[in-house]
Design a protein around this ligand. Structure first.
Ligand code: HDD
Length: 696
């Protein structure tokens, strides 16, 4: 009997007296015995123990109690930030040794593959929110090195909203759902966020980034990652070199556009995690290069901004990246909860040779992470959960506490001690020692003057973008502020933007329908206009053309030419891309030659937002039928509005007309497959954008 049928027959398992009492779901074959958590084999998993057939349930039914109790505790408090995340495993391999700069083995031993766990996340949404929220993506990397765990708990944006950790609570409270009403979640498009942002000039640079297309990535495989802060590398002699960490995706960067993000949120809220899981599952392992920006005290002193200020970056054109390694993600998690949910990153997880700086944001983070994990994971022993265990021996005098899993032996759990010869001892020679930093001065609660410029790099970022990207930033500000009910907040934010550039402020004001003069907010340090743009900050200037791992949606119906679809699929496969068939029925379509074209998606469940480019492969009858089908018209219309390359058979023209498609360089009707592939490989048709939406 096929496996499926067996399972269906065995699904019902009520146990009535007088029916022989034979249980269907018994162990045997490939099915192991079911046990309780203490290893006792369970005889009946579907009926609780009762005093009689219709009598009260007995307290001695420990199977019922254990099963229910476990269920009651199947959720733990979710992360207050970065609650929605997705983990993948792989390795980090060093390709260029930093010997002499650091004593961290993970950065000096070329060729060693260090096991790694990476968790990508959004920041503000709750665990069940959508992947495509406009948001920062967390990019947290745990390396299980030979010297203990090293976590780079970074983001996909190189700067942050605030300069001092004491403001983190305010940022997060303003961004998350409003506390009285409990909404909106997973978005900053509401009054409290913009109220806070408009009163927090130091957030302006970061606002430019989150209003840019960086905040709506096409795939987690196509985002950059950053350690954000300036860290230290420390060598054997105790000499320190400053470092900033960068992850560079091998596939290059790509984003969706905002209307697509909104629609993907409805069509597939798990779009990013599904994409990542599938890629790893299919052996298309995502890969990043690790780049470092290394600099000394002299560079730091001469640089225009304070390197301890996390709202600033060092342009690559000023300080180029040195590529030192690669990160390969090649294994999906075996259990989402055990690994992705329970992984507990901490900025304090560093190894000898890597150290902190005085960045006040980093200093505050060093307090928060472990504190968070203790509540979230239920106590101080969360490091004993497998995903958190280092891959090296752990030996110390910590004992007991909630969920102690490690069985530490002996009577000595203190130091100094003399009673036993095998208890752990400190080792100054190889242990972690902090960099000997010289400090003097008054103890004060102040912000350094050198942190005072909040607008220059915001302008630098904007000026570094292509015109298309700049338009998207303006549109995003307009969208977000349009969701703010309080007019004064909208106006205040526009006044802040006027400090970055009067033009930006005016464009946003126009889009909001604001009238009257824009008065810039008060500032002590006006934006510098002399900073050279940095091409490295633009997605489009750095985009790598090609179809590798991209997905093309192909619309078919009864009467479609199967040979044509097959030829396209083969050509796409050779280019490293995938064809997904969308048909009016999930059972597929009967092609002109009588064969069955099996569907990957039913039309309503496979909107064109899920694909990078589309092909409409209809016969004349198919096109006539689908021209009056709203889902088909929307499918083509959206592809056009989202600036996608559209290939089509000549017979599909009526559907293209019904969808309002206007011929341009990205609409290829009746052409060769090779031309479709070449054009689709270039990405979107940006020149189409002014024809499909208003640019302010
Ligand atoms: Fe944080 C989680 C990244 C500032 C306090 N943070 C968290 C995660 C990432 C970041 C990626 C999720 C890790 C995971 O996947 O489990 N955080 C950042 C970056 C920051 C930053 C790049 C600025 C440069 N964070 C920051 C500050 C504080 C925190 C200033 C508090 C003072 N962050 C936390 C936390 C979290 C956290 C509350 C929540 C869940 C967790 O730690 O494990 O402790």
């Amino acid at each position: 009997m096929p496996q499926d049928d067996q399972n269906v027959e065995q699904a019902s398992n009520q146990h009535f007296i007088g029916e022989g009492g034979e249980l269907h779901q018994t162990a045997g074959g490939t099915h192991p015995q079911m046990t309780d958590a203490r290893g006792h084999v369970i005889a009946d998993d579907e009926n609780s123990l009762k005093a009689n057939t219709r009598g009260p349930v007995l307290i001695e039914d420990h199977f019922l109690i254990e099963k229910t109790q476990h269920f009651d505790h199947e959720r733990i408090p979710e992360r207050i930030v970065h609650a929605r995340g997705y983990g993948v495993k792989g390795y980090f391999e060093l390709t260029d040794s930093l010997q002499g700069i650091t004593k961290a083995k993970v950065l000096t031993e070329v060729g060693v593959k260090t096991p790694t766990f990476v968790r990508f996340s959004t920041v503000s949404g709750n665990m069940g929110s959508s992947d495509l929220a406009r948001d920062v993506r967390g990019f947290a990397v745990r390396m299980y090195t030979q010297q203990g765990n090293w976590d780079i708990v970074g983001n996909h944006i190189p700067v942050f909203f605030i300069q001092d950790a004491i403001k983190f609570t305010d940022l997060v409270h303003a961004a998350k759902q409003e506390p009285d009403r409990g909404f909106p979640q997973a978005q900053t498009a509401h009054d409290t966020f913009w109220d806070w942002a408009s009163l927090t000039p130091e957030s302006t640079h970061m606002l430019m980034w989150i209003m840019s297309d960086r905040a709506i990535p096409r795939s987690l495989r196509m985002i950059e990652g950053f350690g954000v802060h300036t860290f230290r590398l420390v060598n054997e002699e105790g000499k320190s070199t400053y470092v900033k960490f960068h992850w560079r995706p091998k596939l290059g960067m790509a984003s969706v556009i905002w209307d697509e993000a909104l629609k993907i949120t409805g069509a597939d809220p798990d779009y990013h995690r599904r994409d990542l899981w599938n890629a790893v599952d299919e052996g298309k392992f995502p890969e990043w290069e690790l780049g470092v920006q290394l600099f000394d005290e002299e560079f730091a002193n001469n640089f225009e901004f304070d390197v301890l200020d996390a709202t600033k970056l060092i342009p690559e054109e000023v300080l180029p990246l040195r590529i030192v390694g690669r990160l390969v993600l090649n294994t999906n998690v075996d259990n989402y909860f055990a690994e992705t949910e329970q992984v507990a990153f901490a900025t304090t997880d560093v190894v000898p040779g890597i150290d902190f700086t005085n960045d006040p944001l980093l200093q505050g983070r060093n307090l928060s992470y472990i504190d968070t994990q203790i509540t979230r994971l239920g106590g101080p022993n969360y490091q004993q959960i497998p995903v958190n265990q280092p891959h090296v021996n752990v030996a110390n005098n910590q004992r007991d506490g909630h969920m102690t899993m490690r069985k530490q032996t002996g009577r000595v759990a203190y130091s100094p001690s003399s009673l036993e010869g095998n208890n752990p001892r400190q080792d100054p020679a190889t242990g972690f020692t902090s960099f000997k930093a010289y400090e003097e001065g008054d103890k004060l609660r102040v912000r350094s003057e050198s942190f005072g410029d909040h607008y220059s790099q915001a302008l630098l970022f904007f000026n570094s973008q292509t015109q298309t990207e700049q338009n998207h930033i303006i549109s995003a500000f307009i969208f977000e502020l349009s969701k703010v009910d309080t007019k004064a907040v909208r106006m205040r934010m526009v006044s802040q933007l006027a400090n970055v550039s009067p033009t930006i402020a005016q464009r946003v004001a126009d889009g909001l329908g604001m009238v009257g003069e824009i008065v810039p907010a008060h500032t002590r340090v006006p934006a510098r206009t002399d900073l050279a743009p940095s091409d490295a900050l633009s997605i489009l200037k750095k985009m790598k053309p090609g179809l590798k791992t991209k997905v093309v949606g192909c619309l078919v119906a009864d009467g479609t030419d199967a040979a044509e679809v097959l030829a396209l699929e083969t050509a796409l496969g050779k280019a490293g891309a995938e064809l997904k068939i969308v048909a009016p029925k999930i059972g597929g379509a009967v092609a002109a030659d009588g064969s069955l074209l099996e569907a990957d998606f039913q039309l309503a469940g496979g909107p064109s937002v899920l694909f990078d480019a589309v092909f409409v492969a209809l016969s004349a009858d198919g096109a006539a039928m689908l021209s009056t089908e709203a889902a088909a018209v929307a499918w083509v219309h959206d592809a056009f509005a989202h600036l996608k390359v559209i290939g089509a058979t000549s017979a599909s023209q009526p559907l293209l007309d019904a969808a309002g498609v206007v011929a341009d360089e990205g609409v290829l009707v009746g052409g060769e497959n090779s031309l479709f592939l070449e054009t689709a490989g270039k990405g979107r048709i940006w020149a189409r954008e002014p024809n499909v939406r208003t640019i302010f």
